[in-house]
Write a protein of this length. Sequence first.
Length: 173
Amino acid sequence: MPTAEQSGACDGGDEECGRAKLTVMATIEYVRDLVGRDHGLAVVVTPRADGSPQASIANAGVLAHPVRGEPVVGLVARGDSRKQANLRRRPRATVVFRAGWEWVAVEGPVDLAGPDDPLEGLDAGRVPQLLREVFSAAGGTHDDWDEYDRVMTAERRVAVLVEPERVYSNPGM
């Protein structure tokens, strides 16, 4: 469950400047909860070359980082996607999950693990299993994992692992 922190910060001349702002910090367990309520569907925001945000939709979930073991938000990206190109250039992302009017955002640095993006400490032969783990963490299932592996390889898919540096949600949750 998220916890609330009062912050006296004011970012301008709006009428909220006279009151303390409410920031709701959330936990990675809250992220897991929302993932399960809407099939892991999330908005993923990555920085373009000019610094502006590029948004896309992906299925994502929470899993253990394959090298460090701590919880991360994972998703799978196509090898030729703008998302992957953006993340190679600037490895940071924001992933927003929602269920009804509840939402939670996870911001942080990104590790990539794929055929064209080796992750230090992860054996390249482990990448297909990692892609399966990410897919499963997002609620995915598959009847033919060998076929899944073939498609992931052909499309040069990469695991995107977002370290939860900042996790926050809407007030009242």
